[in-house]
Design a protein around this ligand. Structure first.
Ligand code: HEM
Length: 416
């Protein structure tokens, strides 16, 4: 295999169901300059080191224009939706992240996620109740998509009835993060720009509504909250709300689906989870290592030349951090291709690491734990109807598009 083929192979749909042999090959050269430009980083400690290196920027405006070509820069000079903190560096990143965290988690709102537990459990129970009388479901459409979408809407205060509207915008924006060397960049750019403008207008109106009539939701807190950093400007509110809405419903769906797929391929673990729902906690961590929903981060760039693993990555180059490959690095995880929920010291890269580590991780973890435990407890004799299932196109946010599951019945839910 020549080096130049790696990037195309990663994005090639033919490898979507099982990209792991490709990553094993890639790890033989921890930092590899791909023939068509980007530097691919595939080993755990190198990825970890770069994620903690202040010389590596998340802001696509620091990319050399030539290196930027592959991924449609989501926020390029787009006045309707300025860069969210996902794509900013310190100090702006830190200020906005702190302000967004104020109504979401510790130290100011430590109970926000904890207090949602009962509500999340009710949503999960209701969705599984809906399977009664059926012998087959599509786990994605019938469960793994509606659950996190309902949750993020409630959390933010976005009307659930508007979901069909923002589903299409989110799909388009998320697909812009999918690096496809063969795609028509101009066409994609136009579609992304339209989706971003419409989402920004929608969020802007919602923010104005919450300004007039605040509720208990997070958007109202962001609009009205006065933390140590003051209030966000209107455009910052729009970008942050859009980021949370998209991040909150295009990733957790894949964690739940990848988790159920893995459990159905490991019936012994499924049986253990059925007998003891507490196993859900370490099990979800192992799914995040073994089948991470965010496979790679394709948009980093050095602010100055960086020497790493015998390679100098020049300023402005495009750097891809292959998280899913780092998670299978045998120098970090013994027997890495084994799915082992009893694994100790499981500091996986599934939520990233460093200053951009996933903001929503406590929520995503709880959602996946409740979802998988309930499915394991209530489905009688569940089985995969298609293996491998059909996957989404996206190489970055990887997961099945459908997951058909057959079962013999649904056990009763718990009394409320
Ligand atoms: C299983 C589900 C999820 C996975 C696998 C995931 C994964 C990630 C990863 C890998 C990053 C790091 C990105 C980078 O370094 O460039 C990230 C950042 C982020 N995530 Fe998540 N995420 C998930 C769910 C969520 C949810 C539910 C929310 C919102 C409530 C959320 C909000 C964010 C935000 C705002 C950031 C940007 C943080 C920053 O730049 O400081 N995520 N996520």
């Amino acid at each position: 295999m020549t080096h130049g083929t790696f990037l195309r192979k990663i994005t090639d749909y033919a490898h979507r169901a099982d990209p792991y042999p490709l990553y094993a090959e890639l790890r033989k050269t921890p930092v590899l300059r791909d023939d068509i430009g980007p530097y691919l980083v595939s080993t755990y400690w190198e990825i970890h080191g770069l994620l903690h290196d202040p010389r590596l920027s998340s802001d696509p405006r620091n990319l050399d224009p030539e290196a930027a070509g592959l991924v449609v820069a989501e926020e390029e000079d787009d006045p309707s939706l300025p860069p969210s903190f996902l794509r900013l560096d310190p100090p702006e990143h830190d200020r906005l992240r702190r302000m967004a965290m104020y109504p979401f988690g510790p130290p100011h709102t430590p109970r926000r996620i904890h207090d949602m537990r009962g509500e999340l459990a009710r949503i999960v129970t209701g969705l599984v109740d809906g399977f009664e009388g059926r012998d087959q479901i599509d786990l994605v459409d019938d469960f793994a998509y509606p659950f996190p979408v309902t949750v993020i809407c409630r959390l933010l205060g976005v009307p659930r009835a508007d979901e069909p509207l923002f589903h299409a915008w989110a799909d388009t924006i998320v697909s812009s993060a999918d690096p496809d060397p063969d795609a028509d960049a101009a066409e994609r750019r136009g579609a992304v720009r339209r989706a971003r403008t419409e989402l920004a207008m929608y969020m802007s109106e919602l923010i104005e509504e919450r300004r007039r009539a605040p509720g208990e939701d997070m958007l109202s807190s962001l609009v009205h909250g006065d933390g140590p950093d003051g209030r966000m400007a209107h455009s910052e509110l729009v970008s942050t709300a859009a980021l949370l809405l998209i991040a909150g419903h295009e990733t957790t769906v894949n964690l739940i689906t990848n988790g159920m797929l893995t459990l159905l391929r490991h019936p012994d673990v499924l049986k253990r989870l059925h007998d003891d729902p507490r196993l859900a906690v370490p099990l979800v961590e192992e799914v995040l290592r073994y089948e991470p929903p965010v496979q790679l981060l394709p948009q980093r760039t050095p602010l100055t030349d960086i020497d790493i693993a015998g390679v100098t990555i020049p300023k402005g180059a495009s750097v891809w951090l292959i998280l899913a490959s780092g998670n299978r690095d045998p120098r970090r995880f013994p027997d890495p291709d084994r799915f082992d929920p009893d694994r100790r010291d499981n500091q996986h890269l599934g939520f990233g690491s460093g200053i951009h580590i996933c903001f929503g991780a406590p929520l995503a973890r709880l959602e996946a734990q409740l979802a998988l435990a309930e499915l394991a407890r209530r489905l009688e004799n569940p089985r995969l109807l298609e293996d491998p299932p059909p996957y989404r196109r996206n190489a970055v946010l990887r997961g099945p598009r459908h997951l058909p599951i057959g079962f013999d019945g649904v056990r009763a839910g718990r009394e409320p």
